[in-house]
Design a protein around this ligand. Structure first.
Ligand code: NPG
Length: 367
């Protein structure tokens, strides 16, 4: 397959309600969508970088810049999904930008071959159980209302965002109100230090599935130390940037569970390798989320259907975040989403919806 070029599309998706994490509050999700145009057809990619470098070092304008300056121009001549990331090897980092480009090329290739993302990645299920991530709220009653709403909609697992000052009490309140059977986990997004180990151990009585990324992303050994004090299983997110970092973290005892986010690790093919590393080590994995549109959600749901993704993912329905998605919405059915079965992502943006959220576009031609 030969690429004619790649269109970048800046979209702004208003959130139905503000989403607060330990790194900030989002009210609008700004994303970069990619459309790879090749001789054999088109493919879509989604770059999950945020507008500011507050979750990771990448950010939207940085991704656009590296895509136009280095990554897209490197894809001259014959290209297919599997060759994208190896061809970009000389350019350090920029995993979210690379992931988006790989995704767009892979989608174009798979659509041309008539193969779905799920089939290509090795999915073994046609629907996946879904969790939901619940932001930090202004009060416990507000939190209980939100959690009650999501449980009522059928979500099979609740993840509470936590930070110092919003941890033990919200967890206790959710357990007291909704009982011990609810699958419950927490996500700190690096907000704690190893010195907080005793405090975090106060979460142990609540029988959580996991505590996600309590410490800084570079602190693997500290996570291993924390695991000796805290009984709740530790799950890593920000720290896991590749299959090799996943293997190291597991070997060091820094995590017992892994959150796989394709953008963070440089693409769906690396995400699959991480899945394989986890499976080989008997480490549970699950698919994370980054407030994707229906485009990224389609691919995430395919990843979540792999056999080693044994815990429910942050693969919520479109209406968890957006009134209007750019594809046909993903709708929860008995707590599950259906894995798209059509060629490539199995979903295509709806022109009108896409237009409504688009801020600008840019065409990057290939020589
Ligand atoms: O359901 O898509 C979702 C969101 C899940 O909490 C979620 N994502 O830290 O994992 C995270 C968080 C996130 C969202 C991080 C957007 C960065 C950007």
């Amino acid at each position: 397959m030969k690429l004619d070029g790649v269109e970048l599309r800046w979209v702004e998706m208003p959130l139905r309600s503000p989403f607060r994490t330990s790194f900030g509050t989002q009210t609008v999700r700004q994303l970069l969508l990619l459309r790879a145009v090749a001789d054999e057809g088109e493919g879509w990619g989604e770059c999950v970088a945020m507008s500011e470098p507050v979750y990771s070092s990448e950010y939207q304008e940085g991704c656009a810049d590296v895509l136009r300056r280095y990554l897209v121009p490197a894809l001259t001549g014959e290209v297919d999904g599997i060759s994208v990331v190896p061809r970009l090897k000389k350019y350090y980092g920029h995993r979210m930008a690379k992931a988006a480009l790989e995704m767009a090329v892979l989608d174009a290739e798979l659509r041309a071959r008539g193969v779905s993302f799920g089939r290509e990645l090795g999915a073994t299920r046609d629907r996946v159980p879904c969790g939901v991530s619940v932001g930090i709220m202004n009060s416990i009653p507000e939190l209980l209302d939100a959690v009650g709403g999501y449980l009522g909609e059928g979500y099979v697992r609740i993840k509470l965002k936590i930070e110092p000052g919003w941890d033990v009490e919200p967890v206790r309140a959710v357990r007291e109100r909704f009982g011990d059977e609810v699958l419950l986990q927490v996500d700190a997004n690096t907000a704690y230090a190893l010195a907080d180990a005793r405090h975090l151990a106060r979460l142990d009585p609540f029988d959580l599935l996991l505590i996600e990324q309590p410490l800084d992303e570079e602190e693997l050994l500290a996570h291993a130390e924390l695991a000796k004090v805290v009984q709740t299983p530790i799950c890593l997110d920000e720290s896991i940037t590749s299959a090799s970092s996943a293997a190291d973290a597991i070997r060091l005892g820094a995590c017992q569970i892994v959150n796989i986010k394709p953008g963070r690790v440089g693409g769906y093919l690396e995400a699959r390798r991480i899945h394989d590393v986890c499976a080989a080590n008997n480490i549970a994995a699950w698919c994370g989320g980054m407030l994707e549109t229906g485009i990224g959600r389609a691919a995430n749901v395919a990843l979540a259907a792999l056999p080693g993704c044994t815990l429910p993912g942050d693969t919520s329905a479109s209406d968890r975040y957006y009134k209007l998605d750019v594809t046909e919405p993903f709708v929860l059915d008995d707590g599950h989403l259906t894995v798209p079965a059509g060629p490539g992502l199995g979903v295509t943006p709806l022109p009108e919806a896409l237009e409504e959220v688009t801020v600008k576009t840019e065409w990057i031609p290939l020589a």
